[in-house]
Design a protein around this ligand. Structure first.
Ligand SMILES: [Zn+2]
Length: 408
């Protein structure tokens, strides 16, 4: 890989507030937050950002790409997805849109289809979805297990996920496995015993769905404690369908993120603001379940919480791979400004994965950039549903994503 100059960038979103080169009186809070630089060029050498400066002023490079005034952003960091599954849930979605409510038990439909699918089928399905993500500007993806719910099927789900990303998450605690419908304690013992033994070496994270019909606060603490003892980072599916203890458990245990956060109390918002736990909003799920409310991103940002955006791509409740769609929803329905939503989809996602090498554009970092067919990041919300993103210098769709220097 040689050197390439990306020239005539109209608006460069760096997420590096120190990098803003506009006069102080011209820098709004939003422009400052995104570290926006105008009329710039970026030189990438051997896959890393080597130089950022004024358009037309870069030294000689092997190749030059003229983006003709378009905006360039860090590739999106999608910190929450469930890509390893068999079958789909078209009929369930259709029924819900005709008036039925979502219940957590629908997961078991996908569990049966996932167990019945061979490895090649599961890998091909996940790879197809990953290509969709890439086309829509995503550079780093977290992928969860959670549709196997047996030792064998959770471990093979994570093995397949590990072929696609470094950011693998063990979600044996999605719902109790079908064999344990009347024995949740027995299932928690499996999740923290033989299943953890098989899955911990294959995962960077452990996650638990805290919800009626899934797991309560005490079971969640037991599961997260066992995962932490095996070196896994912590994540929680929290407060999705109704108020509950998920956010408090996540914050008290130092989880990297509490995901969903649709139904939050004042105490939940305060706990997120006072902790290092990122509030990851997945408004595609609220959209697809026709939730009566969306997460209040405005309230979280105003309280000082760190907010991330993710797709939650899964066949039951959020079958979208599109970070631009989630950005548009977060602006329209969660009260974020376009700049806050773009930050949440890039730097926020990186924070939810405790990564500092993605979600930003700065000299020395790996180059994962998205060019918009538009002059400003605002167009991601202003022009919903329009395919504006072109991956630039990201790995090809058939290559693994999230490859990085971190270990874990
Ligand atoms: Zn999820």
């Amino acid at each position: 890989m040689g050197s390439v100059c990306i020239d005539r960038i109209g608006e460069l979103v760096t997420n590096d507030p120190g990098g803003t080169d506009r006069p102080a009186e011209d820098v709004t809070d939003d422009a400052h937050r995104l570290g926006i630089r105008r009329d710039t060029a970026v030189v990438v050498d051997d896959g890393r950002i080597a130089w950022i400066g004024r358009a037309g002023e870069a030294g000689p490079t092997d190749e030059r790409i003229d983006v003709e005034g378009c905006a360039v952003l860090p590739a999106f960091v999608d910190s929450h997805s469930h890509l390893i599954f068999g079958g789909d849930r078209t009929a369930e979605f259709d029924a819900r849109m005709r008036g039925e409510r979502y219940a957590a038990g629908g997961i078991r439909t996908t569990v049966a289809a996932t167990r019945a699918a061979d490895d090649a089928t599961l890998l091909a399905n996940a790879t197809h979805l990953l290509r969709e993500m890439r086309r829509q500007g995503t550079g780093t993806v977290e992928i969860k297990s959670g549709y196997g719910l047996s030792v064998h099927d959770e471990a093979r789900s994570l093995t397949i996920a590990g072929r696609l990303t470094d950011e693998t998450t063990y979600l044996g605690a999605h719902v109790p496995g079908p064999e344990f419908a009347d024995d949740v304690d027995g299932y928690v013992a499996l999740v923290t015993g033989a299943m953890l033994d098989a899955c911990a070496p294959l995962a960077r994270w452990i996650d638990v769905f805290v919800e009626q019909g899934a797991f309560g606060a005490d079971a969640a603490r037991t599961i997260l404690t066992a995962g932490r003892a095996r070196g896994l980072g912590l994540k929680v599916h929290a407060n999705q369908l109704r108020p509950g203890p998920g956010v408090q458990v996540a914050c008290e245990m130092g989880a990297a993120s509490a995901d969903h956060c649709t139904h939050l109390s004042e105490a939940d918002v305060a706990a997120l603001a006072d902790s290092g736990t990122v509030a990851t909003l997945v408004p595609g799920a609220d959209f697809s379940t026709r939730s009566p409310v969306y997460p209040d991103g405005r309230r979280l940002v105003d309280a000082g919480a760190t907010v991330a955006l993710a797709t939650d791509c899964n066949p039951g409740t959020s079958f979208t791979t599109s970070m631009p769609f989630c950005i548009a929803l977060a602006v329209r329905e969660c009260g974020l400004s376009p700049a806050e939503a773009v930050w949440a989809a890039t730097a926020g996602g990186a924070a939810a994965l405790r990564r500092d090498d993605v979600g930003r554009i700065a000299v020395g970092l790996p180059a994962a950039l998205t060019v918009l067919d538009a002059p400003s990041h605002v167009h991601l919300a202003y022009r919903p549903g329009v395919p504006l993103t072109r991956p630039l210098l990201a790995p090809r769709p058939d290559q693994a994503v999230g490859a990085s220097d971190h270990s874990g």
